[in-house]
Design a protein. Structure first.
Length: 345
């Protein structure tokens, strides 16, 4: 009986010592793991990690070991499994910056914070110019080889109108392997969002029946001036002209009608081109926008400045001289255009 009691006490002591030792080992292991995975990865400059679909965390960790970024893969794998993140990794291209820890990288590839590429669409670009930029972007997958707007529209079931002016000018960021049509879709939706927001705050009494008509006007304003302080005044001139059934007579619509034949100059004969876009020949708005306007031009079209001016002429410095009467306008033309064409200051 005494021996059994001694044996039992020894067994309890053994297991107690074992548990203490195991606990200390687990604590040491956890402490060491946290120290290692929170230390900076061994890189001196920005490195790129490519994760393909279906790649396991073990494979990713082995790549990092082979590149010399980390000494061994075990702690990274253990941490991911402990946090139940090993199966949440997302494929893509990832940038690893100096100072990044293994834990930060793990969180990054789980959150899918892949490298972002960019494409800027400037205000006032035509759809053909936009197509050209998208075609040249090597990070976008090209799925449509056509430069024909009609064919591209057929590929975009949500776009029921001519594509001109329907894509919002902005800088877009996207991961590699984004398709050209995904890019167009995103830009189109952003234009719809901006147009809808500005339409809700439009002034009363405007000569537009739909947001699309306002977009057409905004595209003309965008091409008429780069001076943001003048856009609402130019919008006011055009709105008043529409209200009194006066032709818009704006040069950018003539340039658009001329297409590729435009060489940088508008001649007198060009003002008589028989095109629905020629606002010197046809009254009202052109049938579609002539470019992609930004928010400022859209806002100007929907919140034009009040006034009585019906005319304006370029001063030659990027601004315009506004006039109420034809007589004042003709005088301004002589002062700012005829004299300049004759070499006078």
């Amino acid at each position: 009986m005494q021996l059994r009691k001694i044996f039992s006490n020894n067994l309890i002591a053994f297991f107690g010592a074992f548990l203490v030792s195991a606990s200390m080992s687990i604590y040491w292991l956890y402490h060491d793991m946290q120290q290692v995975i929170n230390q900076p990865i061994n890189i001196q400059s920005i490195e790129q990690l490519n994760i393909t679909p279906g790649m396991s965390l073990t494979s990713i960790a082995q790549i990092m070991v082979s590149e010399g970024w980390i000494k061994h893969p075990y702690y990274l794998i253990l941490q991911a499994r402990w946090q139940k993140k090993a199966r949440l990794i997302k494929a893509g291209e990832y940038a690893i910056e100096p100072g990044f820890s293994q834990l930060e990288l793990l969180n990054k590839i789980v959150e899918g914070k892949v490298i972002q590429y960019s494409q800027t669409l400037a205000e006032g670009l035509s759809f053909r110019e936009i197509i050209g930029l998208v075609r040249k972007n090597r990070y976008l997958i090209q799925t449509n080889d056509s430069f024909d707007p009609a064919i591209i529209v057929q590929s975009m079931e949500y776009l029921q109108t001519h594509p001109e002016g329907m894509f919002y000018p902005d800088t877009y960021h996207f991961p590699r392997d984004t398709t050209d049509m995904e890019f167009f879709h995103r830009s189109y939706l952003l234009m719809q969002q901006v147009l809808d927001e500005e339409w809700r705050h439009r002034a009363t009494g405007l000569p537009y029946q739909t947001p699309y008509e306002a977009l057409i006007m905004a595209s003309i304003i965008e091409k008429e001036t780069a001076d943001i302080t003048e856009r609402d005044r130019i919008a006011g001139v055009f709105v008043r002209r529409l209200q009194i059934k006066m032709k818009l007579q704006t040069d950018p619509t003539v340039i658009y009608a001329m297409g590729e034949s435009y060489d940088g100059n508008i001649r007198k004969n060009d003002l008589y081109i028989d095109s629905p876009y020629n606002t010197y020949v046809y009254s009202g708005l052109p049938p579609t926008p002539i470019a992609s306007p930004g928010r400022a031009a859209i806002r100007a079209a929907l919140q034009p400045a009040e006034g009585e001016e019906l005319y304006f002429v370029a001063r030659g410095d990027g601004t315009h001289q506004f006039s109420k009467t034809l007589e004042e306008h003709n005088s301004a033309v002589r002062a700012y255009q005829l004299n300049r064409s004759q070499g006078q200051p």
